[in-house]
Design a protein around this ligand. Structure first.
Ligand code: GTR
Length: 393
């Protein structure tokens, strides 16, 4: 009887005992879908063919199977400055706390933006926008808490505006309540197998902040970098893929279903992410649990959707969950699309040593020594990357 009970317990708990793979020798072979072969088998060789044929196809595959639809229409957008301080950061910056309200389906959605504009910079200024998936204190408007997660003073000193909104304004990060945000504006999404969920909603929210930037005379809306960490980094990539107005994307430690390859069996898997976070991706995406090889896309194709605009992705050496090697291989595999635009990547052939940033556009990468986090080191490299890009133009 005792042994039967033990057997039964082992059977019950087996799924939880399966650790994710961290052994390079067990990764196995995989074949990535060719980003430059169209659905009809035709090889894409020009920028025009990419833009007219393959890019829409790839975007649609990600909508259908991974992140869901990305509604383009809404009834109207209003905004008001709820609080401002022209002498913020000891006079270095102008603080604006902006409430954006988007209406659709007779429902309002409020997105609160914290924005600092450098006082002495020539207007309009380029900006960095963070999708904040951590504590709101990280983006404290009063600067009574300072955090490396959003080192706003450092960004201001570099001559950029810096902004953030909290992801929960667009969709609560909770499997029972994620509907209480953008999805109230688009209830039909909830019924659809390719309906957007939380990650899609956060990305959509970033686009609405960009709509606001287009109305703010202090901000150069053609020079906005969207930044996100981890789950926020997944959303930042999807926002930049969908909304070609974003000039730069910085995706920090975004890992599975962010910048790392799904087919590489290392760290977090599709089944694991869909199980832990059933409210992030489409219902369709669950079909690929334990079956990444059947996906019509892999994450190099998501990075490629941002081309020719610059993308910077990062890892942290101790963050094996996010698969640093698989992330580097993904950004590397996006290169052929940049090449179509005559834009030559300067990335090395194999993953660079830790703390060795490649911050020349169009494709940037580093693997910072340390843990899963967004730090001043990461931001300093995003700033270098942006400086390089904007000066070149
Ligand atoms: C983890 C999740 C990752 C990543 C991370 C984060 O638990 O498995 O995919 O998104 O959370 O957002 O910090």
């Amino acid at each position: 009887m005792k042994s039967i009970c033990l057997l039964f317990a082992a059977f019950l708990f087996t799924p939880y005992l399966y650790a994710q793979n961290y052994d390079e020798s067990k990764v196995g072979d995989y074949t990535l879908p060719d980003v430059l072969t169209a659905a009809n088998g035709k090889k894409i060789t020009t920028k025009k063919e990419w833009e007219q044929t393959r890019r829409p196809e790839v975007l649609n595959l990600f909508e259908e199977h991974v992140y869901g639809q990305f509604p383009k229409k809404y009834d109207r957008l209003e905004y008001s400055v709820k609080n401002e301080n022209k002498q913020a950061m000891n006079g270095k910056a102008h603080l604006k706390e902006v409430e954006i309200t988007v209406y659709n389906n007779n429902k309002p959605l409020r997105i609160n933006v914290v924005l600092f504009v450098p006082t002495n910079a020539k207007k309009p200024v380029p900006a960095f926008l963070l999708i904040n998936n951590r504590n709101k204190r990280n983006t404290a408007p009063a600067r009574d808490t300072l955090s490396e997660f959003w080192p706003a003073e450092m960004v201001i000193d570099a001559g950029y505006a810096v902004a953030a909104f909290h992801n929960s304004d667009a969709a609560p990060d909770n499997k029972n309540t994620y509907q209480n945000g953008v999805l109230q504006l688009y209830p039909e999404q909830l019924q659809a197998d390719n309906g957007m969920k939380a990650i899609g909603a956060w990305a959509w929210g970033a686009s609405r902040v960009l709509d606001y930037f287009e109305k703010d005379k202090d901000i150069d809306a053609k020079k906005v970098a969207v930044v996100g960490h981890s789950r926020g980094g997944k959303a930042a990539l999807w926002a930049a893929a969908q909304d070609q107005r974003f000039a730069i994307c910085a995706s920090n430690c975004s890992g599975n279903t962010g910048a790392s390859l799904a087919r590489r069996n290392f760290g977090e898997s599709v089944e694991r992410i869909n199980t832990s976070f059933p409210h992030w991706f489409t219902t369709n995406y669950k079909k690929y649990n334990g079956n990444e090889a059947a996906l019509p896309v892999d994450q190099h194709m998501l990075i490629a959707l941002v081309a020719p605009r610059p993308v910077y992705v990062t890892n942290a050496s101790k963050d094996l969950w996010a698969d640093p090697t698989g992330t580097f291989l993904a950004i590397k595999a996006a290169e052929p699309v940049y090449t179509l635009f005559g834009s030559k990547s300067k990335l090395p052939d194999s993953p660079p040593a830790v703390d060795t940033p490649y911050d020349n556009p169009p494709l940037g990468y580093h693997n910072r020594v340390g843990i899963h986090d967004l730090t001043e080191y990461d931001w300093a490299n995003f700033i270098d990357f942006a400086n390089f890009h904007y000066k070149k133009k």
